[in-house]
Design a protein around this ligand. Sequence first.
Ligand SMILES: Cc1cc2nc3c(=O)[nH]c(=O)nc-3n(C[C@H](O)[C@H](O)[C@H](O)COP(=O)(O)OP(=O)(O)OC[C@H]3O[C@@H](n4cnc5c(N)ncnc54)[C@H](O)[C@@H]3O)c2cc1C
Ligand code: SF4
Length: 466
Amino acid sequence: MGKTTGFLEYPRTENPYRDALERLRDFDDLHTAQPADARRCQAGRCMDCGVPFCQSDFGCPLHNLIPEWNDLRYQGQEKEALVRLLLTAPFPEFTGRVCPALCEKACNLADNGVTNRDNELYLIETAFSKGWIRPRIPAVRTGKKVAVVGSGPAGLAAADLLNQLGHAVTVIERADRPGGLLLYGIPNMKLPKEIIARRVRLMEAEGVTFLLNTSATPDLPDAYDAVLLCCGSRKPRPLHAEHMDADGIYFAVDYLTAATRGVLSKAAPGVTAQGKHVVVVGGGDTGNDCVGTALRQGCQSVLQLEMMPKAPESRPDGNPWPQWPRTLRTDYGQAEAIFLQGSDPRVYETTVKSIRVDAANRIIGLETVRLQKQPDGKLTPVPGTEQTLPCDLMLIAAGFIGCEEETLSRFSLSADARGRLLPKDGSHHLEGKLFSAGDMRNGQSLVVRALADGRNAAKEIHAFLL
Ligand SMILES: Cc1cc2nc3c(=O)[nH]c(=O)nc-3n(C[C@H](O)[C@H](O)[C@H](O)COP(=O)(O)OP(=O)(O)OC[C@H]3O[C@@H](n4cnc5c(N)ncnc54)[C@H](O)[C@@H]3O)c2cc1C
Ligand code: SF4
């Protein structure tokens, strides 16, 4: 244990956001890093618990050795701390930026949990800046070839481990750059895209081949000893209303992809919220990213419609520690909207009733209606609560309903009722040489879960090959 009384002496402090007025002018990193001394104190808050819930199934899906590297970090043994971190965490520079940090909510300090996410980010970024991260070239090659389809976090984590285990790995990605939703999904201010490119360069130096602008073909099992499908859960949940084909209506990921392409090319994005009244349908994290992006593009106004009631401020009954708290969270985009517009952009228990278009089939407004939860749990519209909103850009962020049919049909595979390629025996092995991992196997989830699943699939493939 780093400092016996650390958790009593040092208040919890996270890496602060940049000032809202400043950060709204660009797509640069939201956060600023705290100085090394402050981070050391934060690591010193860890109590090295006998039963570290941070590492449990309630906490980190990678089962990171959190108390060990917090202790080493506090003792000033940063290199040793990094070694312990990298034993289980393939890409701390991603999770250190985008992970919701399940471990911090499961921490025995409960609502005052140790800032593990910022601590891991400190360790990995220190390592990169001091030149400690160098290509790890496997000493022995097995002569086996593995194709990993999809370069999101699941595919990257699997490719990384399979390569380290000595197999020749080719990542096949249909997009023009690797990263999956890390790249074209999560906005640049949450995960600057150079961070992904830096990791990909490292993996290439370690021997992983990336084939971009390439879609998976059914003959892959003929050319490789194993094929791992990590194609994500990319089918968006549609909204059923008339005029859904109108100009100005986009799925969230398409809009966010266009925004990131604009940031990367330093050109105007293909779709922009500039000067528009924006309505985001869906109150979750993806919707929040749309709000933050629309504000940076200079929208005139932004609202976020949510079907569910507002979450409570404190844990509801039946949701005790160490479970993830189902409480009200105001994320960066919503906080920025409150800062600029003076009110919360979220409108609860409300959905779209109809869409209004002009003669050229462009969206000009929405009619919304309030919803009420019935005793059977169904949400039904409340007559007489209709409202008209101006809207010239509608973004649908209503979640995802499974993997895309195109990839399934290419490999003659069928998904389960929830759109997942989840083998019945709970493994990653589908049939023959085919395996699945990440959101494609488990449904829409989190980066850290995709990383953990990719690594588990890699271990299974390794056993299969040998
Ligand atoms: C807008 C948004 C923001 C998010 N923010 C966060 C966050 O802050 N924190 C967090 O933990 N999680 C977040 N998530 C969830 C997280 O991004 C996903 O759970 C995670 O990326 C899933 O990883 P994956 O590798 O399984 O799939 P994906 O990241 O979806 O990657 C799948 C890849 O497969 C490729 N592909 C698909 N089909 C083919 C094919 N036939 N041939 C070749 N390539 C193919 C795709 O192009 C893609 O690159 C967010 C999700 C979204 C949509
Ligand atoms: S539960 Fe919290 S205090 Fe205990 S070991 Fe884990 S991070 Fe440290």
